[in-house]
Design a protein. Sequence first.
Length: 166
Amino acid sequence: METIIHAKNIDKKVRLALYGMLHHSATKLFPSRMKYVSIKLHLKHYVYDGVAMIEEDTKITNPRNFKIIIDPYRLEKDDWERERNYSEWVSELLRALAHEMVHVKQYVMGELTFKKGQMCWKKQKVDFKSEDDYYRSPHEVEAYGLEKWLQLGYTATWNKIEEKNG
């Protein structure tokens, strides 16, 4: 899997953790197809916490080139506007990346597709008329469910590496 991270003012350890999470997620979610996938991760201001999309100039049928955007500034505070400490922020960054990697898996496996500009989940049109529709949509239910599993699995691996090198 080819990965590139575009991020300013991110320390080396966090950058390494992001590369690790990209690889860990791909290994768990689409191991047999990961060697064909290219992901560009951008950490920058964005209208949402994060998004995974098919890279421009890529076929929307059987896509293999993706862009993930995560807004690290939106993750600085929790849902109650409490400022997160540094380790909480890094954990939230990894969780958001895990969530978006589930969407990459959905594109890679052909579960999430586009037909005539309309998003489809397993050939059924997906329509968000409300926030409730968004959270109940099958592709988001899967992403929210698997993000924590991916984050916990990767954190356990990261902690073992830290102990070994510490």
